[in-house]
Write a protein of this length. Structure first.
Length: 172
């Protein structure tokens, strides 16, 4: 599977990591977040064509800000996420890809199933609602810059960034 991700700026990624740390005891060794929002998860068989299409379609997109406004549990996938408000630029990125590749996207990134978020914790064995309440206590809404699109191949032990595209200009 090859994912198209909207890469968050370092300040936002640091903020999300701080929020995640509130769910763990002080000094615990936790895996840091690679700050991003998945726009599409391609399951087709021509990754090179897909990447070329995306890079052409998104070449003139400007960097932008999103606003994270809540922390919540997505029970179906056993995750706690930071959810941004829907925004025109974020929706545009997803729609550009989904309009052309709807049949080759996984169920979570098709037009009707896409819910933008950043995963903070995965834990089917955890009391996610209790952890989420704890995280929400220290959360306040914030802005995050998106200035890059990356192509991330899902691997057995994580992911591999195989390509990317800088968005135009500074975040506006």
């Amino acid at each position: 599977m090859l994912c198209v991700i909207a890469k968050l700026d370092q300040k936002a990624t640091d903020r999300l990591n701080e929020i995640k740390r509130t769910a763990y005891p002080a000094g615990a060794d936790i895996k840091t977040i690679y700050g991003h929002i998945t726009l599409a998860a391609y399951t087709g068989d021509d990754e090179q064509r897909f990447v070329c299409f995306c890079k052409r379609a998104l070449a003139d997109v400007s960097a932008f800000y999103i606003r994270y406004h809540k922390i919540e549990v997505l029970d179906e996938t056993s995750i706690i996420v930071a959810a941004p408000e829907m925004s025109e630029p974020l929706t545009f990125l997803h729609q550009c890809i989904a309009e052309e590749y709807e049949d080759d996207l996984d169920r979570w990134t098709k037009r009707e199933g896409w819910y933008p978020h950043t995963t903070l914790i995965y834990g089917p064995q955890l009391d996610l609602h209790s952890i989420c309440r704890q995280m929400t206590d220290s959360f306040s809404p914030f802005e995050a810059g998106v200035n890059r699109i990356e192509f991330s191949r899902v691997c057995e032990n994580g992911y591999e960034i195989i390509d990317g595209l800088a968005l135009l200009g500074p975040c506006v």
